[in-house]
Design a binder for this molecule. Structure first.
Ligand code: FAD
Length: 540
């Protein structure tokens, strides 16, 4: 086998996981080749840039927050369940301040300005916040809550800063980055060891075709995310350019291949098969999240898990006053603690008949919420909040009348509100677990029922993130077969793999897992390269 390019470690996909894998492999002395179908960045560059970290980070200390690895472990154990072993989760928590420091050393900025409100994403004034359900679950997990959402410092959705800094560090590390190169197959030797990849690359394509591919992909990224019906056709010529001008490229890797090609939220067939509840949702990703990384792994014998776990987001806050409301289903029954994280609320709603849900608020709560919109939202949150507080609600002078307008059972609603108000008057505790400082009686007419059903619409979309992927060994990131054995030479990280967030996502946990799992895979692939026979590598 002759290779067009040779290296020690190949990284497929240049988002957060791929960049972190490349950095660690290069730091260990490996020759690293990073291949990306587009220009790199993936979902990471579009993201909020929130990294889940705790246990006493400098940013927490600057904000006067007390936290410990034990408290972080107790909370994440409740969220993550048995998705990884307790030892791995504990190692993640123990190493959390060091992980953030590692990111900072590679140029990613964080800041300890604490957000006073419970929110889905803080405004440009704040960079540390409660990004999960820490306060709601504090009593249940028996550990004090702490804000652990470390938002990368930068205006707007600051994932682009996180990615830009990591990408610059990768280039400075000496790794070779080859964009516009789509990996289509893994190459194995006679023993089944992954020794390289077969790709289709635009590197020899006419200059105009490469420029068009780059520009059209970049232009369609935001429409694809926020208005997929517009973004999908805008992106179609990109695929055509790849088919028309892509040329075969074979690259060999002595140590191994790291699959870090994102998830499968852009693959309709995979979503239909594994997560039908996500139908019509807003894909939180790019067209690169077509499941190709996962499928490359399964074709080499890798096993998958948690593909049915998707994160469906239904945030009540911002504006934060809406957390004071009462979330009910069609029967008027309370659904859950309204202060929970948006994915936990989304999960609770899809379990109710028809995935229907309404938030009951009285006039005082509505007025407070309206007054908060401007100061507590960024543009994408503001659009949705304004819609929900105007056209997205039913309003009437009595509970009976508002229930009939919305199609909610009036008797059920009246009983739920009466019980809630009695609990509020007595000082709690709330049986659903809402913290006492968020509980308010809803007794000032007129009343509103705001529609929070998981029924995606243009005005009130339901973002969807896929969480499952290839099963990997927790000590190395090596891809596992269903019999428990490893696929030699193959590693996976980020949303291509099962990770810390694969059962239950809270903001920041996916990027934190990308850093954790990417670094692990890069270190082990580099170590395998160091232990491997010298070139030339062979493939079949
Ligand atoms: C709007 C939005 C906000 C979010 N906010 C947050 C947040 O604040 N915190 C958080 O933790 N998570 C957040 N997420 C989720 C998080 O961004 C992703 O889960 C995470 O970035 C995935 O990183 P990754 O490295 O696995 O994949 P990606 O960053 O998507 O990178 C994968 C790369 O692989 C490339 N690729 C795909 N297939 C191939 C192939 N066959 N060959 C070569 N290259 C390929 C793609 O082009 C892409 O560049 C958000 C997501 C979105 C969309």
């Amino acid at each position: 086998m002759t290779w067009d390019l040779e290296s020690d470690v190949i990284v497929v996909g240049f988002g957060a996981a791929g960049a972190c894998a490349a950095l660690e492999a290069a730091a260990a002395g490996a020759r690293v080749l990073v291949l990306d179908r587009f220009g790199g960045g993936g979902a990471t560059a579009l993201s909020g840039g929130v990294v889940y970290a705790g246990g006493g980070t400098p940013q927490q200390q600057a904000a006067g927050v007390t936290d410990s690895a034990g408290a972080m472990f107790a909370y994440l154990s409740a969220e993550a369940g048995d998705v990884v072993s307790a030892a791995t989760l504990r190692a993640f928590c123990d190493g959390s301040p060091a992980m953030l420091a590692w990111l900072e050393r590679h140029g990613v900025p964080f800041e300890g300005s604490l957000c006073p409100d419970k929110t889905s994403y803080p405004t440009n004034r704040h960079y540390l916040y409660y990004s999960g359900s820490e306060q709601s679950l504090a009593a249940a997990v028996g550990a004090p809550p702490a804000p652990r959402g470390h938002r990368t410092h930068g205006r707007g959705t600051s994932g682009r800063v996180l990615y830009a800094r990591l990408a610059a560090a990768v280039r400075a590390s000496g790794a070779t980055v080859l964009p516009q190169t789509r990996v289509e197959q893994l190459i194995t030797d006679a023993d089944g060891r992954v020794t390289g990849v077969a790709a289709s690359s635009l590197r020899g394509a006419p200059r105009w075709a490469r420029t068009a591919h780059r520009v059209l992909h970049r232009w369609s990224a935001k429409p694809y995310l926020y208005a997929p019906r517009l973004g999908r056709p805008m992106h179609r010529p990109v695929g055509w350019l790849e088919r028309r001008y892509g040329r075969p490229l074979r690259a060999g890797a002595r140590g191994g291949v790291v699959l870090a090609a994102g998830g499968f939220v852009a693959n309709k067939a995979m979503l239909r098969e594994h997560a039908p509840a996500s139908r019509g949702g807003l894909p939180l990703g790019t067209p690169g999240d077509d499941g190709s990384g996962i499928r490359l792994g399964t074709a080499a014998g890798g096993a998958t898990a948690f593909l049915d776990r998707v994160s469906l987001w239904r945030f009540l806050s911002p504006p934060p006053a809406l957390i004071h409301g009462i979330l009910v289903d069609r029967a008027g029954l309370r659904i859950c603690d309204e202060s929970r994280y948006g994915a936990a609320i989304g999960d609770a709603i899809v379990r109710r008949p028809g995935a229907r849900a309404w938030l009951l608020v009285d006039d005082a709560t509505l007025a407070l919420a309206r007054s908060q919109v401007r100061g507590t939202t960024l543009w994408f949150q503001r659009l949705q909040a304004r819609y929900l507080l105007t056209r997205g609600r039913h309003r009437a002078a009595t509970l009976d009348a508002v229930a009939r307008r919305a199609g909610v059972d009036p008797a059920g609603l009246e009983a739920t509100v009466a019980a809630h108000n009695a609990m509020a008057a007595s000082g709690g505790p709330d049986p659903a677990g809402k913290p006492a400082d968020q509980v308010r009686a809803q007794d000032q007419p007129p009343f509103s029922l705001i529609d929070f059903s998981v029924r995606p619409s243009v005005a009130s979309p339901v973002p969807v993130l896929t969480l499952g992927g290839l099963v990997v060994a927790e000590d190395s990131g090596q891809v596992r077969r269903s019999d428990g054995g490893g696929v030699p030479g193959l590693y996976a990280a980020g949303r291509t793999a099962v990770g810390l967030c694969s059962r239950s996502y809270v903001s920041g946990l996916s990027l934190a897992d990308c850093v954790f799992s990417g670094r692990r895979a890069g270190q082990h692939a580099a170590a395998a390269a160091a232990a491997a026979a010298p070139h030339p590598v062979t493939g079949s």
